[in-house]
Design a protein around this ligand. Sequence first.
Ligand code: PBG
Length: 332
Amino acid sequence: MAFPQTRMRRLRATASLRGLVRETDVRAGQLVLPLFVTETEPSGERAGHEPIATMPGVDRLSLSALVAEAQAAAALGIPAVMLFGLPAEKDAHGSGAWDPEGVVQLAIRAIKQAVPELLVITDVCLCEYTSHGHCGVLREDSSVDNDATLELLAQTAVSHARAGADIVAPSDMMDGRVGAIREELDGEGLADTPILAYSAKFASAFYGPFREAADSTPAFGDRRGYQMDPANGREAVREALLDVQEGADMIIVKPALAYGDLIRSVKRATRLPVAAYNVSGEYAMVKAAAAAGYLDERATVLEILTSLRRAGADTIITYHAKDAATWLAEQT
Ligand code: PBG
């Protein structure tokens, strides 16, 4: 039956009718808040906070400011934070990444002590810790040595789990890293620690603000030798299936907004929970447009998060998490 018998507008007439037939929802319980913790004393006006110019509203945090932020997130019903560490010193191997007294390891312990029920997810990568800013160790010719990097990533993941991380999330895009991390965790008695694999991670311009925040821009070259070509969807599914074989428990698709097709296809192919990473550049675009008065921030953010859920994301990693949780609580 078509028009005039069928009138799609009938079910759009009132808020109650629209609510009755709404297909997708977003809850604070599906959000993950990324946080930056710094080893050097933050220099901002607010104690323990150093604003990140490219990400208005997001700060580099001292350990105590981090704990306060984690508490605030938990109070809003956000179940998890994802930690990125900014070490005082970097070296060619990124050894700060697996230092038991490193900045992330201290941060994990501090959060788990203060807010035990809040899940701590850690980004497992070397780029914030290497002097050259690449995600792995370099060969003599300056290319990233995949196999030599695996052991360092596995060590890093184990050090995070030992410090109390609930979930480890490798973001380096080396081949075989999920398997290497799973094996090392299991060998160290950490078989119950899940791996959230950044399986479909693209060499994206949308990471620009993050690299400013984490001081992790490669000193030379770019990441196209290990991160994926944004043109490739089938390859993303292959990457995800390989990570499933290696023991991934959950999968990340990253960035999120321009990759909704892959959220859907990766989820369908793997049947694993899928997290969409609403990355720094996506956040920065909304903040800049809102500040200029071009967009309504609240409506835009809630629409974006809803669209990622509609695409199939079970979980959304987003810098908007605290604002979104606040707005969602006001709605109901
Ligand atoms: C580390 C890492 C990056 C992001 C998450 N983990 C940067 C990169 O790969 O260059 C980006 C996150 C964001 O842009 O919000 N490898």
